[in-house]
Design a protein around this ligand. Structure first.
Ligand code: 9YW
Length: 422
């Protein structure tokens, strides 16, 4: 490391440590004062480099709040704070420690395999991984039972927040069908912490809340939510994360002497990988979402359809995706925009409607590398580090200028930087 990268590395450590609450880490102070599901799993990868035990704790704390049905919630409200909306009283899930009632991209299987592979004390890592295996397996089972009742091999999200890509253009059309009548009056907190022009609109927020109220009125009974929800979308990126995690969990389970758990997860992953092909678009040279209510593919070329390279998609698909990223990269200054810049709906500063996110860059470059697309993987890492050097550890970045957007001193951004520099 040269002096400049050393400084960046030190700064990243500082951000991780200042957001560390002891057994979990907040994404950033102020804007997000609780534990978020996929943030924690990816954050653990960064924590590992300075404290292996602490990295395992991050994921264990999340799974200590798993629901009896297997779901792992997207937020755990460990300590009360009125700085975030919707808080625990709006969700009203009645869990011992309050949680939200929906889930997030299941990246835990991937994360624990990576922690285990790199562990210096293998016996200790095996002990901690063994305790998590059945929990992650139960979460995967939950997905196929509750979110794929028709046995398509692909799971649906029932709320845009589940995708982790809250206001992506992908959801616009399907969201039109979500009503807003009966939404209780509310005051947003996100727009008090961050620039409202960079955040989801009021019309979108009303629909986010409609869905929360609907699911709450059904007692958060997951056996009922799928069919009752007016919003059901099959997101290729979300499914790719599940596939990768199931594959990784299977490999780890084999290593730890759990052949049945391994076989179950391998079968799930292979079945879903085959089904993922039904989402491929020749026109866009990437995968697309499918609206499960209409059965149609959604004509929206977002990063959700690039992310499948994180799973073991066919080689020809990975090559095509690398070329699509190249085409996008020619239109912007920094990679990877979260939407095709040629789409007139591209909004460079608005959250998931164009901005670049380092966690996405991390998973995409990891997948490209496994597929042998090393040059493009390297370009993404270089671009990510340029963004940090120019703009610090932001939540996300305008890909046309590199301007930092959203929250500052952001945990998973810092964790990904540590990964890139290691
Ligand atoms: C919210 C915490 C979360 C991420 C999501 C991102 C955003 C806002 O922040 O969600 O209110 O939950 O879209 O992916 O987990 O960093």
């Amino acid at each position: 490391m040269n002096q400049q990268t050393e400084k960046i590395y030190e700064h990243a450590l500082e951000v991780l440590k200042e957001n560390d609450q002891g057994s979990y880490t907040v994404p950033t102070k102020g804007l997000y004062p609780f534990q978020w599901n996929w943030d924690s799993c990816l954050t653990a990868l960064g924590q590992f480099h300075y404290d292996e035990a602490r990295a395992w704790t991050e994921i264990e704390t999340l799974f200590a709040n798993q629901w009896p049905d297997g779901m792992v919630p997207h937020i755990v409200f460990h300590v009360y704070s009125d700085g975030y909306f919707p808080g625990p009283n709006v969700w009203d899930t009645r869990r011992p420690t309050p949680t939200s009632g929906i889930t997030q991209p299941p990246v835990a299987g991937f994360a624990i395999k990576r922690l285990y592979d790199r562990a210096t004390d293998k016996a200790e890592a095996a002990r901690r991984a063994r305790a998590l295996l059945p929990r992650i397996d139960a979460w995967h089972r939950w997905f196929y039972e509750m979110r794929d009742p028709g046995h398509e091999g692909l799971v649906a999200i029932l709320h845009p927040w589940e995708s982790g890509r809250d206001n992506s253009i992908d959801w616009d059309e399907a969201f039109e069908r979500v009503p807003t009548d009966g939404v209780e009056p509310y005051v947003r907190r996100d727009t008090q912490h961050a620039d409202p022009a960079h955040r989801p609109t009021k019309a979108q927020y009303d629909r986010y809340l409609y869905l929360v109220q609907l699911f709450r009125s059904l007692g958060w009974d997951n056996a009922r939510l799928h069919d009752a929800s007016p919003f059901k979308v099959v997101d290729p990126g979300f499914n790719a994360i599940l596939i990768r995690s199931a594959m990784d969990l299977a490999a780890l389970a084999d290593e730890l002497g759990e052949p049945e758990l391994a076989a179950r997860n391998r079968a799930r992953a292979e079945n879903s990988l085959a089904a993922l092909e039904t989402l491929w678009s020749d026109k866009h040279q990437q995968y697309l979402c499918r609206d499960r209510v209409t059965g149609q593919l959604i004509d929206s070329a977002s990063i959700g359809g690039i992310l499948p390279v994180f799973a073991a998609v066919p080689k020809a698909r990975a090559e095509a995706i690398a070329r699509t990223i190249e085409r996008w990269a020619n239109e912007v200054k920094y990679m990877v925009p979260s939407h095709d810049p040629a789409d007139p709906r591209f909004e460079p500063k608005r959250y998931w409607r164009a901005p670049a996110w380092l966690v996405m860059n991390y998973m995409i470059q990891d997948g490209l590398r496994s597929a042998g697309e090393t040059a493009m993987a390297d370009r993404i890492v270089t671009s990510s580090l340029e963004l940090i050097t120019q703009s610090g550890f932001a939540e996300y970045y305008d890909p046309t200028t590199g301007e930092p957007c959203g929250g500052g001193r952001f945990t998973w951004t810092a964790a990904m930087v540590i990964e890139f520099l290691e």
